[in-house]
Design a binder for this molecule. Sequence first.
Ligand code: SF4
Length: 243
Amino acid sequence: MGKNCSGCRYFYEEKVHHHPRLMISEEEYDAFQKELQDFEEWLEENLHREIDIHGVVDGIKPLFKKRVYEKGNGFSFSGFLIIFKQLYFGKDLMEDHVYARVSSRTYASLKLGQGDVVTARATLLLDRGRLVLKKLRRIDIEARGEPPFWDESKALVARETATHMPAQPEGCMQCPFGALVDVEDLRNGQTKKYRQLYCLRGMPHFLACDLYSHYSDSDENLDESPPNSAACTTRKVNVAGKT
Ligand code: SF4
């Protein structure tokens, strides 16, 4: 009984080596590497710079920040997040989500809604994998879509009743009540940063929600495992002839 030392005849050691294996074809992998390189070059050119943007608003959500302390949480409201499914940066089309942060006052004056066609100048940042625009100016609404869904008072009520979702299912991400909250966890003398999904309609769970099927893809896998980080590889930058 006890520990088997290497000199003992009962000692048996099995070494298991794990090697990464390509699950896609060489051609697909090369195409992905090329796309990634194009994206990184584009990012290097545009990051922290002011640039012309043009796109259709896909949704708007209140922007909350959560701080986790040893003895409780703080939940602050810091404006609104305008979501674009794709966006022109000058003549380059970014075929991926781009987010623009605006203050509550700017949002109220613009009265933005889903489907609005927006042209502006903005500064590009990268926030933990997300392309985020700030300092929007010279904002022009070229065409109107739907009326605004949120306002500040609705957002402040939602802040009090919001519920934390255990996973980040696609349906909640598409739903106007699903908000990804930036979390700063200050417990144990360290600062950890991550995001959590909150339902601003106060549903206890997405599987019990009547709206969920409306916003989800029926083929979606509804397990509660973390989202596949490979999703970030869907980004594409095209140099397109915008007129
Ligand atoms: S639980 Fe329902 S209401 Fe809440 S974010 Fe998800 S789909 Fe929307």
